[in-house]
Design a protein around this ligand. Structure first.
Ligand code: FES
Length: 98
């Protein structure tokens, strides 16, 4: 497993929070219970997801995603690729499985 420090939790005040790791684009999201890191690559055809008005939107064909979970709002069962995030000593850390 690879861990990547995303930043200090207290300094990340607005979500979705845009993050670039190894030339890949992500958003940090949070639902009622936990954080997650989601890929900004649309699961339909790979276009870049944008945050707008409380949703995550793909302008290529119009799919929309929940800004707390990454679940697709148009196509049940589709979702953005997600990675676990833990808090450790005030830092948020993404965990990428090998
Ligand atoms: S590539 Fe995103 S909806 Fe088609």
């Amino acid at each position: 497993m690879k861990e990547v420090i995303l930043g200090m939790e207290a300094e990340i005040t607005e979500l979705p929070y845009e993050i670039k790791i190894d030339r890949m684009f992500y958003y940090l999201l949070k639902d009622e219970e936990s954080y997650r890191l989601v890929s900004r690559a649309c699961p339909h055809a790979g276009a870049l997801i944008e945050a707008e008005d409380g949703e995550l939107v793909c302008y290529m064909h119009g799919w929309c995603f929940d800004a707390h979970t990454g679940d697709c709002l148009n196509i049940p069962g589709k979702r953005l690729d997600a990675y676990g995030v833990i808090a450790r000593e005030g830092q948020l850390i993404a965990q990428f499985q090998d």
